[in-house]
Ligand binder design. Structure first.
Ligand SMILES: [Zn+2]
Length: 233
């Protein structure tokens, strides 16, 4: 199901902003990899512990990759392997174990592959790298934070949003923006925003009407010369 999903108008808007170097970072709670399918919003798995980091940071892993629960072997997710009732065996463990048993050594067992996603309260294999990029982004003192479509239920996400809003709003021209069908919940988010857009982010993107990220046609508006000004008088 996830594989058939296409980027939305809002994902395309983010990609255009990234392409124009106007998006410093995208933190996503999505695991479906829809945004990272757009080239300006690519990510890296595993997330590197040090800069440079990719544009998109996946906070809960992704369905694009699968990982062995025993040896941490990483591979591209293959949905056909997950058709049966049993999780698929790890090819790396299988190879190592076959080598062991055929040379008369004791089997160490074979791990099972699972999607590289982080379920609630589970350890995140990218935890330290995510903390490092978050701290670096907060220290860089961004001008704008736009929080879109999250219910802010995850404590780590709440802390990130709170920190970013605080640092953005400590700047004279900083703007903290909330776009969602629902208002932000919780006392800690009461005095956090300069602009609250109650509505669908897709509609926001449609109204903004940015060009596709890979559309290099020139801007449609030109500078006016004296003749143009004369004409509209
Ligand atoms: Zn393994």
């Amino acid at each position: 199901e996830a594989a058939d999903t296409k980027p939305t108008a809002f994902h395309h808007m983010l990609a255009r902003m990234a392409q124009d170097n106007r998006l410093a970072r995208l933190y996503t709670q999505n695991i479906d990899c829809i945004e990272t399918s757009l080239q300006p919003l690519i990510t890296q798995v595993p997330l590197p512990p040090k800069a440079p980091w990719p544009t998109c940071i996946q906070l809960h892993g992704s369905l694009d990759k699968m990982v062995c629960q025993k040896c941490r072997h990483l591979a591209q997710f293959d949905r056909d392997l997950f058709d049966g009732p049993e999780a698929p065996a790890c090819p790396a463990c299988t190879e190592t174990d076959e080598l062991r048993t055929t040379t008369g050594q004791r089997s160490h067992g074979v791990g099972k592959m699972r999607p590289r996603i982080v379920l609630y309260n589970e350890h995140n294999p990218d935890e330290e790298a995510i903390a490092a990029v978050m701290n670096s982004d907060i220290r860089s003192r961004p001008d704008t934070v736009i929080v879109v479509g999250t219910s802010l239920k995850i404590p780590g996400v709440r802390r990130l949003v709170k920190s970013l809003c605080k640092v953005v709003r400590s700047k004279p021209k900083g703007i903290a923006m909330w776009i969602n069908n629902e208002p932000p919940v919780g006392k800690e988010f009461e005095d956090c925003w300069d602009l609250v857009v109650k509505g669908n982010c897709e509609e926001v993107a449609r109204l903004a009407g940015l060009k596709q990220w890979n559309d290099n046609t020139p801007q449609i508006f030109d500078e006016c010369d004296d003749l143009d000004i004369e004409r509209v008088k």
